[in-house]
Design a protein around this ligand. Structure first.
Ligand code: IFM
Length: 458
């Protein structure tokens, strides 16, 4: 018995430039905020940075061939702003040429490229003048987006502006556990608005540049809030967490502005209103063709007796709600495995987005993997995680959600940000000393799902 997906369902895997490319000092690439942040003692586990990554900048042909062997019809990757514009403004032709070669190679193998323009590697030169805290970052990003589009737009139809502005703004400027390492609740909210402004401004510009077949999108990360009780206090805790984590980014993109209840929850900070200028919300709401849904785990929330007590979690300005420890089974990064939340999320998003299609743009799990003596990686837990989450996607489609695709995170084990190289998410194992690639059992399982367009029923 198997669960069959719609015949035009899009299958693939995803990566991001800083996590896999390596070659940080090659072909004129400029420093990014992640190079700077990773050099701060204690910022990244093991003192690691994006070198060597998966050495993908030099081995991309091998990696594209691997995708071909796995039969992946699509590949989501990001372009590195500091490669394309080392100082954030001036084009480096060698950087652009790399993505040109990559796209050609993908197309030669019949693999559809989905380009994400920003996956957290801001040129350091732009951070030096304020980064996402400055309003004119939207114009800088739009220039960069148009530059990449002018070069690749004849062959690439799928464009994503930003990956997970939540992480870039809230973890980078609020909690400070991501680059640029700023710890300031107000700065995080302002940075979030500037991310969304950059998204809207670039979306408008790309819409003008692109042809009819072009599809524009943004990728957001969602963590549905779960509570143990269904009373007023718990419902309000869910509302607060969900509001700031999920609806805060989604609603403006859908053209609805920031949710009123979230603005009220954040009013005590007096941060956001001065940053929002006339016309911004209409720019942010530039229409998109699909919403990318990154899902890994839910969050368990509990109300605090004093609604003014700051939350223990990463959301800037959140008061009156705490996040509880995740419940087992966990992945090695400590995230709860809860496939039912993915079904509920997709069904809710489908209703909330009112006609905008969804693509699961990232989903996957980190576990400790070993290459056995016979050369196999028997990653049973990841295979089970994938199967359960694919069934969860299937269940959402069966309930009417317009989900058009699923992109596994990640093609390769890679640099997992502040966790360095300690967390392996890949369908393909990478030995970071030798750069040897080994397809894991989960990679073969996923290839089989793709080939059959179906997941085993249990
Ligand atoms: O590795 C990251 C990716 O860069 C963004 N989404 C979540 C993944 C796992 O943490």
């Amino acid at each position: 018995m198997e669960q069959v997906f719609p015949s035009d369902f899009l299958w693939g895997a995803a990566t991001a430039a800083y996590q896999i490319e390596g070659s940080l000092h090659v072909d004129g690439r400029g420093p990014s905020i992640w190079d700077t942040f990773a050099a701060v003692p204690g910022a990244v586990l093991g003192g690691a940075d994006g070198d060597p990554g998966c050495d993908h900048y030099r081995r991309y042909r091998e990696d594209v061939a691997l995708m071909g062997e796995l039969g992946l019809p699509a590949y989501r990757f990001s372009t590195a702003w500091p490669r394309v514009m080392p100082d954030g403004r001036t084009v480096e032709p060698r950087g652009l040429a790399f993505y040109d070669r990559l796209v050609d190679d993908l197309l030669d193998r019949g693999i559809r490229p989905l380009v994400t323009l920003y996956h957290w590697d801001l040129p350091q030169a732009l951070q030096d003048v304020g980064g996402w805290g400055r309003r004119d970052i939207a114009a800088r990003f739009t220039d960069y987006a148009c530059t990449v589009h002018e070069r690749l737009g004849d062959r690439v139809a799928d464009w994503t502006t930003l990956n997970e502005p939540f992480c870039s703004a809230f973890l980078g400027y609020g909690l400070g556990v991501h680059a640029p390492g700023v710890q300031d609740e107000r700065a995080a909210l302002v940075a979030a608005h500037h991310h969304l402004l950059a998204h809207g401004s670039a979306t408008r510009a790309l819409r003008e540049l692109g042809g009819a077949g072009q599809r524009l999108s943004i990728v957001l990360n969602f963590s549905p809030a779960l509570a143990d009780r269904d009373d007023d206090a718990h419902r309000d805790a869910v509302r607060r967490f969900d509001g700031l984590h999920n609806r805060f980014f989604l609603d403006p993109v859908l053209g609805r502005g920031y949710p009123e209840d979230v603005l009220a929850d954040l009013a005590h900070l007096r941060a956001l209103e001065p940053a929002i200028h006339d016309g911004d919300l209409s720019t942010v709401g530039a229409s998109v063709d699909w919403i990318g849904v990154n899902y890994y785990a839910p969050s368990r929330v509990v109300p605090l007796s004093d609604p003014h007590t700051p939350s223990n979690c990463e959301l800037p300005g959140l008061r009156g709600v705490d996040v509880l420890p995740p419940r087992g089974p966990l992945t090695s990064i400590g995230w709860e495995q809860h496939p039912g939340s993915l079904t509920d999320l997709l069904v809710w998003l489908d209703e909330h987005c009112a006609g905008v299609p969804l693509v699961v743009s990232e989903n996957g799990a980190a576990f400790t993997d070993v290459v056995d003596a016979d050369g196999r990686v028997r990653d049973v837990r990841r295979t089970r995680y994938l199967a359960e989450h694919l069934r969860a996607v299937h269940a959402a489609i069966a309930r009417g959600a317009d989900v058009r695709g699923y992109l596994a995170w990640s093609l390769l084990d890679n640099f997992e940000w502040a966790f360095g190289y300690t967390q392996r998410f890949g369908l393909v194992h990478v030995d970071f000393d030798t750069q040897r690639r080994t397809v894991k059992d989960s990679g073969r399982f996923f290839a089989d799902v793709v080939a059959r367009n179906a997941v085993p029923a249990n």
